[in-house]
Ligand binder design. Structure first.
Ligand code: MN
Length: 139
């Protein structure tokens, strides 16, 4: 479809069905293919088995939370960008997420503009649709 800003595969680890639907819708509108898992264990398994360009990782999930899942992935030298999603944005959350190995942090409720910005700054260049390739880089 025309007009999509991105292309590629995003894994979303999120236990709330409402947020799963919302995030999936937002990401699909941006042009991504979306895979949803509902806990940290599944996130680790899927991420290691798949070929994802970005991971959105809810922090509060059953079984294994998002911080534990991120640590486990980084121990496996998993290099894909991981963006943490967290509901109770408290002081120190950001540091905790970054220390666990997340690349960035997005507070919930999700702001579409903020989500887009954060994706833009972490997604591989190959996932940005080439609609605005102006030849202005010849300094
Ligand atoms: Mn949650």
């Amino acid at each position: 479809m025309a007009g999509h800003e991105f292309t590629g595969q995003v894994l979303v680890a999120e236990d709330s069905p409402t947020n799963q639907m919302l995030v999936k819708l937002l990401l699909e509108r941006m042009g991504f293919e979306v895979t949803i898992v509902e806990n940290g264990c599944q996130a680790v398994q899927k991420a290691l088995a798949g070929n994802f360009d970005l991971i959105l990782m809810d922090i509060q999930m059953p079984n294994m939370n998002g911080l534990e899942a991120t640590r486990a992935l980084r121990q496996e030298e998993f290099a894909t960008p991981i963006i943490a999603l967290t509901a109770n944005a408290m002081k120190g959350d950001r540091e905790k997420c970054l220390q666990a190995g997340c690349d960035d942090y997005l507070p919930k409720p999700i702001d579409v503009k903020q989500l887009t910005e954060i994706i833009r700054s972490h997604i591989p260049a190959s996932c940005v649709a080439a609609s605005e390739t102006a030849d202005t880089n010849n300094a």
